[in-house]
Design a protein. Structure first.
Length: 410
């Protein structure tokens, strides 16, 4: 029996075949069950901000587990209060901000969805979200996710959500006094690391405020320093009504949060929302330690500089396949001229590099924020080798049109 047999028999079929089995990690590197080392430039999809087995993460888990893991939300704990205060400070909410804790990105967005329902109640039945943005897989967050192929098997959706293009014109045209909220993903990660048009967030802030609608920014993939600011909305210099965070704030521990600003902080009242695990002492202690380490080691600066270094290196790779880079900081989308992203991911894995293809023409990189020169150089060497393999395969089978199938299909 192989692990592939076990996985194929025992795990839910909603994911494709697992591409490898990893048994250990350290920093930006992973080891599989055969002892082969890989450079991890996916970072668990922007989750492992400190890399694998970082001493700060390990210590926080061990110490809090040995102190107090969970007491329920009938009670407060010191790590919970510390993390709430830290998130408010990093997001810049001022005193009036509030934090709701859940266990995932989807739960953070579910809370934001309920917040939107409380904004104006029956007088504001409309919620706007951006076409092709991703907000999660639960029924509420799927209703917010503008991808019909994801929604189709699960219709009917939770009502009230309308999808618009990511342009100021589309927002102006759709907005009225019956809109409760606009949901925005500041860089559409799952859609292929696609940025919003220049100035979109600032104008969206102005338009939503004018109509009394909430501006909710989904920072689940972009938050925790990944783009070179704590949160991507901060590049635009705006104040949203709410942001949602998860992925990178826990560094591998499952935790999510909704952070509200100003008057939006008064919308939830006792009895309107809750979670058993959300905000427990263990999860909040780990996230507080991860964020403290990102701050102490100035990993925002590292994200900016390593991001720039990677972009320059990628631009320097001599290949017709690479069109250019999108994204900010250490959330990078490499645009390909041919639909070979899956083949490139498979070739990279053969060379000992873990990357990801959110679609057929994009490679996504979201490595640990801790990477340095060694990891950058290593990436460039392995990625170049993977590109050469894909190019060679094309030449061999003479298919200049380029449509090779990747091994690890979804
Ligand atoms: C990953 C992600 C989610 C969903 O988070 P889960 O933890 O998988 O539920 C929501 N929004 C964005 C932008 C994401 O990247």
């Amino acid at each position: 029996m192989t692990w592939q047999d076990d996985a194929g028999r025992d795990l839910v079929r909603s994911f494709g075949d697992r591409m490898a089995m990893f048994v250990r990690g350290e920093g930006a590197y992973l080891w599989d069950d055969a002892g082969i080392r890989y450079l991890d430039f996916l970072g668990g999809i922007a989750v492992n901000s400190l890399g694998h087995a970082h001493p700060v993460f390990v210590d926080a888990v061990a110490r809090q587990a040995a102190t107090l893991a969970h007491v329920s939300n009938y009670f407060a704990t010191p790590p919970q209060l510390e993390l709430a205060a830290r998130l408010k400070r990093l997001a810049g909410t001022g005193d009036s901000g509030r934090v709701y804790f859940g266990n995932s990105g989807a739960e953070a967005n579910e809370a934001a969805f309920k917040l939107a329902r409380l904004q104006g109640g029956a007088d504001r039945p409309r919620i706007l979200a951006l076409r092709d943005a991703f907000h999660g897989r639960t029924m509420g967050t799927l209703a917010l996710t503008g991808k019909s192929w994801m929604q189709e098997p699960f219709l009917p959706m939770v009502p009230g959500v309308e999808f618009i293009d990511s342009t100021v014109e589309a927002l102006e045209a759709a907005m009225d006094g019956r809109v409760a909220a606009l949901f925005v993903e500041p860089i559409k990660g799952e859609a292929g690391v696609v940025e919003l048009p220049e100035g979109y967030l600032a104008t969206a802030r102005e338009i939503t405020a004018r109509h009394g609608a909430l501006l909710v920014v989904d920072e689940i993939q972009t938050g925790a320093g990944r783009t070179g600011e704590w949160f991507a909305f901060q590049h635009a210099g705006i104040t949203p009504d709410a942001i949602t965070v998860a992925k990178g704030i826990g560094g591998g521990f499952p935790i999510g949060a909704l952070i509200t600003f100003g008057a939006a902080s008064d919308l939830f009242y006792p009895g309107t929302h809750g979670s058993t695990f959300g905000g427990n002492a263990l999860g909040t202690a780990v996230a507080a330690a991860v964020l403290a380490e990102i701050e102490r080691a100035d990993l925002l600066t590292n994200a900016r500089e390593r991001g720039r270094q990677l972009r320059e290196a990628i631009a320097g790779i001599d290949s017709d396949l690479i069109e250019g880079c999108r994204g900010q900081g250490l959330l990078i989308g490499i645009a390909l001229r041919h639909p070979l992203a899956k083949a490139l991911v498979a070739a990279a894995q053969q060379h000992g590099l873990i990357i990801n293809a959110p679609n057929d023409t994009t490679i996504r990189l979201a490595p640990a924020l801790t990477i340095g020169d060694v990891e950058v150089d290593d990436f460039v060497a392995l990625f170049t080798a993977a590109i050469r393999s894909v190019e060679d395969a094309l030449v061999l089978d003479g298919s200049g049109a380029a449509s090779a199938e990747g091994e690890g299909s979804r």
